[in-house]
Design a protein around this ligand. Structure first.
Ligand SMILES: [Zn+2]
Length: 139
């Protein structure tokens, strides 16, 4: 799990076994796997609320974004945030605070990015939603 410091573009989407976790499924961590876009190897994804990931804003915001907003929308990685939730960012996963991390296939080292949202969607309902895992390339 690492921060991405390069300008990147998204390539192929990887298959992810389970994408939505609710309440106790997120504690202490949500666990699933993605299948490498290159070699098919199953790679574990362990996402711990409030620990895992970096704000996705740091990738798409600013005048020199590391990842273009249009590209995130095209790949359905993020959607436009509902007006009432814009304080969490212009683009999110289901209006939740949205994070990402880089992770490389443990077998062939192909780089991938995991994008997920986590938060309380309504009182008493915490959702962790993995929007997906994509292979990426440095521009
Ligand atoms: Zn691989």
């Amino acid at each position: 799990m690492y921060r991405i410091d390069h300008t990147i573009r998204l390539l192929k989407a990887a298959a992810v076994d389970k994408k939505e976790f609710r309440n106790e499924e997120t504690r202490p961590s949500a666990w699933t796997q993605f299948h490498c876009t290159q070699c098919g190897e199953a790679n574990p994804l362990l996402i711990t609320p409030y620990e895992s990931g970096f704000p996705i804003l740091s990738l798409y915001d600013g005048t020199m974004p590391k990842l273009k907003q249009e590209e995130l929308l095209e790949h359905k990685a993020l959607q436009h945030t509902h007006q009432s939730m814009l304080h969490v960012g212009a683009l999110t996963v289901r209006d939740l605070p949205t994070l990402y991390f880089g992770t490389d296939c443990h077998k062939c080292n192909t780089p991938h990015i995991c994008i997920f949202g986590y938060g309380e969607q309504q009182p008493g309902l915490e959702i962790l939603e993995v929007s997906g895992v994509w292979q990426y390339a440095i521009r």
